[in-house]
Write a protein that binds this ligand. Structure first.
Ligand code: SF4
Ligand code: SF4
Length: 452
C-alpha cells in the first residue's frame, strides 16, 4: 500500500495526455547546491512578459548585490536587481536564448569582495493591504518561474468583476527530467507557505491547494506535515501524466471547473502559481529583497554532474556547463524540458528568470528525442486521443501544410493549443505538429499586427 492509499487520498487527473519516460531519478533525490559566481553576468532587460525594464544605472557604475539596476516600465513590467556586487561594464545588445540580441546590462564582478545582499526594511505580511502586497510583489521583480515569466503581481490583480476563491499551486512538474519544483517543495516548504499566504491575501482567496503528482511521495509527505492545521492550505494529489501541470488541466483535475476557451483561470474563480514562484516570493518579500537567483535543474546524459543548482541570474550558460562537466556540443542543449523547451544554439546566453532547466542531450539521446524522417499522416488519431484540450491536431496539421492558418484559427480553435507537444510525441509519422502550430500562430499574430 502506498502513502496515498494509507492517507485515503484520491488522485485527480484530466482526460487525454501522455506518459513520457520521466528521467527524474538522478536529480530528484539530490539536494540543491549553489553554483559559484561567474566573472561576468548578462542581464537582459526583457526577462518577462510585458514591457522591458528601464535601466537606472550607467556604464562604469559600481553596484551592490540586490540593488535595483532597472525599474519597471508600467504595470505590466518588473524591476531587475543586481545578482552580484561589481561594476556595469556595458549596456547594449547581447544574445539571448530566444535568438535575437536584446538590450542587456553586463555586470563585471569584483573578485574577492563581499557578496552580501542588499535588503530593504522588513515587511510584515499580516499588516499589509492587498494593494500594498501587490506593490511589494512587483518590487521583488518576481515573474512566473515555471517558464511563462508572466509578472506575478499582475496575476494577483484580479479584475473587479471577478472573484477568486482558490489559489492553486502547481507542484506537478510533469515535464520529463525537471526536478526543480520537487526539491524546492522538499527543502523550502516554509517559504512556500509564506508565498501562498501572500497569494491568498492579494487575491482574496479563502483557500489554497498545492497540486503534486503521485511520483513525488516525499514532497507530498513533507507538505502534508507543513500545512497549517486550519485546513485552508491543503495538498491535492494528482496522477502522474503529462501535461498535468498546465493551468487548465490542473483546474479541471482538482476543482472540476473548465476555463472557457480564450479566458483566464480567474473567470472560474482560480489563480494559479508555480511552487518555485511562491517559494521565492515567500523568501524575498518579508525582507524586501529582489529576485537575483533561482534553482535550475541541469541534467541529461551529456552532463557529468547533473543536479539542482541555485544559479545567479545572468550567469552565462558556458560558465554553468563548464563547471558541471559538459561533454556534448551546442546543438544538444534545450532550455526547459524536452516537451516544451526550446533548443539553444549558443553557449553565450545567460540564465534568466524563466529558465527552470537545462537539458544536455548526447547524439544518441537526441536522435531518440527528435526522429528526423517525416512520413505522411496515416489518420491513426493518436494525436486526437492525446490532445488535452480536445483539438484535432491531425486536421490542424494538414491545414498548416496548406498554409491555411486563418482557417486553423477560425474553425479549428488553433489558439486553444498551448503547445504542450503531446500530439507530436505520439505521432507515428513523426510529423512536427506542434512546430507547425507555433508557426501558424506567429503568422496569424503578425498579420493581425500589420492590419491594426
Ligand atoms: S500541442 Fe496543441 S494540438 Fe498538440 S496536443 Fe498540445 S494542445 Fe493539443
Ligand atoms: S498521430 Fe500523426 S499520423 Fe496519426 S492522425 Fe495524428 S498526425 Fe496523423
Amino acid at each position: 500500500m502506498d502513502l496515498m492509499q494509507l492517507l485515503g487520498i484520491g488522485k485527480a487527473t484530466f482526460s487525454h495526455g501522455v506518459h513520457p519516460p520521466e528521467y527524474k531519478k538522478g536529480t530528484g533525490s539530490s539536494k540543491i547546491r549553489r553554483l559559484s559566481f561567474s566573472p561576468e553576468m548578462i542581464l537582459p532587460l526583457a526577462q518577462h512578459f510585458g514591457a522591458p525594464s528601464l535601466p537606472v544605472v550607467h556604464e562604469g557604475q559600481e553596484v551592490v548585490r540586490g540593488e535595483v539596476l532597472a525599474e519597471a516600465d508600467g504595470f505590466m513590467s518588473v524591476p531587475l536587481h543586481s545578482p552580484a556586487t561589481g561594476v556595469i561594464r556595458k549596456i547594449g545588445l547581447m544574445p539571448t536564448a530566444r535568438g535575437p540580441k536584446t538590450e542587456s546590462i553586463v555586470l563585471k564582478l569584483h573578485a574577492g569582495v563581499s557578496q552580501e545582499v542588499l535588503y530593504g526594511a522588513p515587511q510584515n505580511i499580516a499588516d499589509m493591504t492587498p494593494e500594498a502586497l501587490i506593490d511589494a510583489v512587483r518590487n521583488t521583480g518576481m515573474v512566473g518561474l515555471g517558464g511563462a515569466s508572466f509578472p506575478t503581481h499582475a496575476k494577483m490583480r484580479i479584475p473587479e468583476d471577478q472573484r477568486v476563491d482558490t489559489v492553486l499551486v502547481n507542484g506537478c512538474e510533469c515535464e520529463p527530467y525537471l526536478t526543480t519544483d520537487h526539491r524546492v517543495m522538499m527543502e523550502y516548504s516554509m517559504d512556500l507557505l509564506t508565498g501562498i499566504e501572500v497569494a491568498m491575501k492579494a487575491t482574496g482567496a479563502a483557500r489554497a491547494i498545492i497540486g503534486i503528482e503521485d511520483n513525488k511521495p516525499d514532497a507530498i509527505e513533507a507538505l502534508l506535515k507543513a500545512c497549517p492545521a486550519d485546513g485552508n492550505v491543503t495538498v491535492g494529489v494528482m496522477k502522474t501524466k503529462y501535461p498535468q501541470g498546465a493551468e487548465k488541466m490542473m483546474i479541471k483535475a482538482l476543482l472540476n471547473r473548465e476555463v472557457p476557451s480564450g479566458d483566464y483561470p480567474a473567470a472560474v474563480g482560480v489563480s494559479v502559481y508555480n511552487v518555485a514562484t511562491l517559494t521565492q516570493l515567500g523568501a524575498l518579500l518579508p525582507q524586501c529583497q529582489g529576485l537575483i537567483e533561482r534553482v535550475v535543474t541541469i541534467t541529461g546524459p551529456g552532463i557529468k554532474k547533473p543536479g539542482n543548482y541555485l544559479v545567479a541570474l545572468g550567469t552565462p550558460l558556458r560558465f554553468v556547463l563548464e563547471n558541471l562537466g559538459f561533454h556534448g556540443d551546442a546543438d544538444h542543449l534545450i532550455m526547459g524540458g524536452p516537451m516544451m523547451g526550446a533548443s539553444v544554439a549558443s553557449l553565450d546566453v545567460p540564465i534568466t528568470k524563466g529558465i527552470s532547466g537545462i537539458l544536455v542531450l548526447t547524439d544518441e539521446a537526441k536522435s531518440k528525442q527528435t526522429p528526423r524522417k517525416v512520413w505522411p499522416c496515416i489518420r491513426c488519431a493518436y494525436c486526437v486521443r492525446a490532445c488535452p484540450v480536445h483539438l484535432n491536431p491531425s486536421e490542424l496539421g494538414m491545414l498548416a501544410a496548406k498554409r491555411q492558418y486563418q482557417t486553423m484559427e477560425e474553425k479549428f480553435n488553433l489558439n486553444d493549443c498551448f503547445e504542450c507537444g503531446c500530439c507530436t510525441y505520439v505521432c507515428p509519422s513523426a510529423i512536427p505538429l506542434v512546430q507547425y502550430f507555433r508557426i501558424a500562430k506567429a503568422i496569424n499574430r503578425e498579420n493581425r499586427e500589420r492590419v491594426a
